[in-house]
Design a protein around this ligand. Structure first.
Ligand SMILES: [Zn+2]
Length: 296
């Protein structure tokens, strides 16, 4: 057997690895190579953060604890009816998020978002995740359509600057530790400006994308209208916004790819790549000649 040449990995050059890749993968590589000035929409969901130890929202992974009561408790009406219980519940299910660190999939998404535009293309990255792993990996200009765990906001609907439609405050500023040490109505986080309750800065199930400017709903709609290719990563299509991207892509007949190791179903017009995003996306960047893949 010949010795592998310098620069070859596992005895195979990138070209030969690609030759042996699935036709779906080759299709994705060719589509992004030919993007030119086109608009790529990257839509990520819980699956991309699984390798970082973040439990999925509705997934089948053992950590998918949110399944049990999320539809009842992940609501604004629950917050309004029992804010103490709402903060205790959300603090428990969000508790693992701040300690999580990005995996190679997040880093590759940041690389695509940074490098494809330098070749003339346009990339819009949207995530359903409320963790901060994309930002930690270096994605800027991100659409966090379901809000973010590292901020909170005033619950007032009377136009307080700390609340909707555009205000928020860092979670570290609201005294959540004091509340968690002694949870009661008296220790609930309160707005420094108007003394109304402080709420989580996330889109609850009984709320609307247009409720807060940080969800960037206008930009979501513009992306859906103008995208030329859509790449779904670790998402199940069960959430409204993902379905809107998918249905529009199918209707307009534009290339649509989904990276998902265990898809629930297959759809005509959607090319599914059955692999973990943390291994596929870095290889994709390498095969496109993008990189280096670096954190931040
Ligand atoms: Zn306020």
């Amino acid at each position: 057997m010949d010795e592998p040449k310098l620069g070859e990995r596992n005895g195979k050059s990138p070209e030969s690895r690609e030759t042996h890749a699935s036709s779906e993968y080759r299709d994705l590589v060719d589509t992004l190579r030919n993007l030119e000035t086109g608009h790529l929409a990257i839509v990520t969901g819980a699956g991309i953060s699984l390798a970082s130890g973040v439990p999925t929202f509705r997934g089948k992974d053992p950590g998918a604890v949110w399944n049990h009561d999320v539809l009842e408790k992940g609501t604004y009406s629950y917050f309004r009816s029992d804010p103490v219980a709402s903060w205790l519940w959300s603090s428990r299910i969000f508790s693992e998020l701040p300690a999580a660190r990005p995996n190679p999939g997040h880093v590759a998404v940041a690389t695509l978002g940074r490098e494809l535009p330098s070749r003339g293309g346009r990339v819009t990255t949207l995530t359903q995740n409320i963790d901060t792993l994309h930002e930690q990996a270096g994605s800027d200009d991100l659409i966090k359509v379901h809000g973010t765990v590292d901020r909170a906001r005033c619950a007032s609907d009377l136009g307080c600057p700390n609340g909707a439609p555009r205000g928020s405050v860092p979670i570290s500023d609201i005294g959540i530790d004091r509340f968690l040490a002694d949870p009661s109505v008296d220790t609930l986080p309160r707005c420094a400006l108007c003394e109304d309750l402080i709420r989580q800065h996330v889109l609850w199930f009984d709320e609307f994308y247009a409720d807060h400017e940080d969800y960037q709903w206008l930009r979501v709609q513009e992306t859906i209208r103008t995208m030329d290719v859509v790449l779904f990563v670790g998402t199940s299509f069960s959430v409204g916004v993902t379905d809107a991207f998918l249905q529009t892509a199918l209707m307009r007949g534009i290339p649509a790819f989904s990276i998902d190791p265990s898809p629930e179903s297959s759809l005509d017009g959607l090319t599914t790549l059955r692999e973990e995003s943390e291994s596929l996306l870095p290889r994709l960047c390498e095969d496109l000649g993008l990189g280096p893949l670096e954190l931040g």
